[in-house]
Design a binder for this molecule. Structure first.
Ligand SMILES: [Zn+2]
Length: 281
């Protein structure tokens, strides 16, 4: 295993990269699209806080409003509470929050949902999209990951129509797509899923904790449903684990989608050159 922490390309190459993928924008955009309220905070809020601090515009979106996140309140009531919590968390880093109004445990890969995700990608016009790992502990996360992959690929194809009467324009380029680590860093068989790129979040860990603390409604629910003692304890354990793997103190891990048709450059490294470590296995 080899760890690298220097910038992988010369300045000329980085300038060309900016021209090609940022389309001359002076304020590049990041879209973090996850299944449920609190997923983005657990999985990549430290990185989002760094990117926001460097002047990038951040959008956080969830497929659902978390309507199954309570054992005592109705779906409509808990969804309203969780929208508010997600909006407050996003605001802490100056981000805008969107909800795509799907239902918990009912996120399906179908034409209607794919059209909705594609509209969001076109509307926000991101340089980088963060989403769930293609393998994770629950199907809502995995389906969101698949929807995101196709939406990023199809967002620049003008013949891929969403059916929206006021459709957003097709993109000029496929965004850079990064998958976060699955919860617990493992697939459903307990096998470790190894991230290849890590962001040092030591300086943003407290902001990440503040964002996660906005999701007050989930403290009791996760204890009752999954035996999780506290959101912050779980988040710190995840950051410690990623830190150990990457030889950083606290980290968030990612894998970049490098399939055909997707950009291959390490754009996250371009934005955070002093904070990224890569692991070659
Ligand atoms: Zn989730």
């Amino acid at each position: 295993m080899e760890t690298q922490t220097s910038v992988p390309a010369g300045k000329g190459k980085l300038d060309a990269l900016a021209d090609r993928h940022l389309g001359g924008r002076t304020n590049p955009v990041i879209l973090a699209l996850f299944a449920h309220p609190d997923d983005a905070e657990f999985l990549c809020a430290g990185t989002l806080a760094h990117l926001a601090g460097r002047g990038l515009k951040i959008h956080i979106a969830t497929m659902t409003a978390g309507d199954c996140g309570s054992t005592t309140l109705s779906g409509a009531t808990i969804a309203k509470i969780r929208r508010g919590e997600a909006g407050r968390a996003a605001k802490l880093i100056g981000a805008r929050y969107f909800c795509l109004n799907e239902r918990d445990l009912n996120i399906f890969y179908n034409r209607k949902t794919l059209a909705k995700v594609t509209e969001l990608v076109r509307l926000t016009n991101p340089s980088i999209v963060f989403t769930h790992s293609p393998v994770d502990y629950m199907v809502d996360h995995e389906t969101t990951s698949q929807l995101c992959q196709t939406a990023c690929f199809g967002a620049m194809a003008p013949n891929f129509r969403t059916g929206n009467s006021r459709s957003a324009k097709p993109l000029r380029a496929v965004p850079h797509l990064y998958y976060t680590e699955p919860f617990g860093g493992r697939d459903i068989f307990g096998k470790e899923v190894q991230a290849t790129l890590f962001v040092d979040i030591s300086a943003t860990l407290s902001r990440k904790a503040e964002m996660l603390s906005c999701h007050e409604s989930q403290q009791d629910f996760l204890r009752a449903q999954q035996g999780i003692s506290g959101l912050l304890d779980m988040m710190r354990a995840m950051a410690d684990r990623a830190g150990k793997i990457s030889y950083l103190t606290s980290a968030e891990g990612f894998r970049q989608h490098l399939g055909q048709g997707f950009p291959q450059e390490e754009l996250l490294w371009f934005f955070l050159p002093d904070l990224v470590a890569t692991i070659k296995t």
